[in-house]
Design a binder for this molecule. Structure first.
Ligand code: ADP
Ligand code: MG
Length: 322
């Protein structure tokens, strides 16, 4: 017998996240009742993943559950905030218990790892689409914004962007699976790691921060624009993983790092006078970030390689691009 909506919510979502003492009422009533800490700002974000747009048809359900929470956690990381609560809106073509089991396991594992409680949501029928709304906190007036960078600030990125774009290409057979023998690149697309610890520690150092979801060049450009600046990026300073270089070669790896998507790394700016303090207190070898460029006064985003400007046909993903 198919599950009723009520039984489905009860079975899969009532206990899917962490248990938190600041949740007075969670899944089961008309709305959740949550205790916000005093002295902090409430931080909210929401992201949707649509089948065929944000993940290929037939993606592993655990990956979809992981990613829909990870992309939201990444937005909180970019604000320097701590996540606390999530709501899940799920649109399903049919009730497939195996799919729900795996999806919830993927979401719950990440939720528990970051102490996020699932406190509510909505379940509807239709083409597969998953939305998470995340709520969290940051000490009053200390959130990182995109808009506080200044010309001269150094621009940094965490991790090795481009891996996920190659992983997606392999999932879609646009690249051969043989170039990813250990599945590293696919894993970087399917199970991204939100940089929450780094985001939190960057408060007090970074003037501006953005998470890299639509391509480093485009997202660094968005940060620069929000700060009333432009950005210069040095092509040879863009960090790339050994796995990506082995898969597509060094030049293509850097191009993918600049224009691919789905990285969920952090791009942030630090005034030159603060860079030594940053490096001393957050050693780059341990925290995994590096300098890729500088904010400038004139608008735009330019990539240079030994003095030559490199042109890209696109700087990142735009859902409504013609
Ligand atoms: P209502 O009709 O009042 O909106 P629902 O039947 O949609 O109530 O939901 C009942 C309870 O289950 C609510 O607490 C709601 O937040 C929760 N809920 C529904 N769908 C989900 C879901 N996909 N994940 C988590 N909680 C859910
Ligand atoms: Mg409802």
């Amino acid at each position: 017998m198919p599950l009723s909506e009520f039984a489905l919510i009860d079975r899969y979502f009532r206990k899917a996240g962490a248990m938190r003492s600041d949740v007075h009422v969670g899944v089961g009533d008309d709305a959740a009742l949550l205790q916000s800490p005093s002295g902090s700002d409430l931080v909210a974000a929401m992201d949707t993943l649509v089948e065929g747009v944000h993940f290929p048809h037939g993606s592993p359900p655990a990956s979809i559950g992981h990613r829909v929470l990870a992309v939201n956690l990444s937005d909180l990381a970019a604000m320097g905030a701590q996540p606390a609560w999530a709501l899940l809106a799920l649109t399903l073509p049919k009730i497939d218990e195996h799919w729900l089991e795996e999806f919830t396991a993927g979401l719950a594992a990440l939720a528990r790892a970051y102490d996020v409680a699932l406190v509510g949501g909505d379940t509807t029928s239709g083409p597969l689409s998953v939305t998470v709304q995340i709520l969290g906190h940051v000490a009053k007036s200390t959130a990182l914004l995109r808009s506080r960078g200044r010309a001269g600030d150094r621009v940094f990125v965490s991790g090795t962007p481009g891996d996920a774009a190659a992983g997606l290409a392999i999932e879609q057979a646009r690249l051969p699976a043989s170039c990813d023998p250990d599945g590293y690149l696919r894993k970087r697309f399917l199970y991204p790691s939100p940089r929450l610890a780094l985001g939190e520690c960057l408060r007090g150092y970074a003037t501006a921060c953005i998470d890299v979801s639509d391509g480093l060049l485009g997202d660094a450009g968005k940060l620069a624009h929000a700060s009333g600046c432009g950005v210069d990026i040095a092509f040879s300073d863009v960090p790339v993983s050994e796995e990506l270089v082995n898969a597509v070669g060094e030049r293509r790896a850097r191009e993918l790092a600049l224009t691919g998507g789905d990285d969920y790394e952090l791009c942030f700016t630090v005034p030159p006078a603060e860079v030594d303090r940053l490096r001393h207190n957050l050693p780059p070898e341990r925290w995994g970030y590096c300098c890729i460029g500088t904010l400038r006064e004139s608008p735009g985003a330019a990539v240079t390689d030994h003095g030559n400007v490199i042109e890209f046909s696109h700087s990142g993903y735009d859902h409504f691009a013609p």
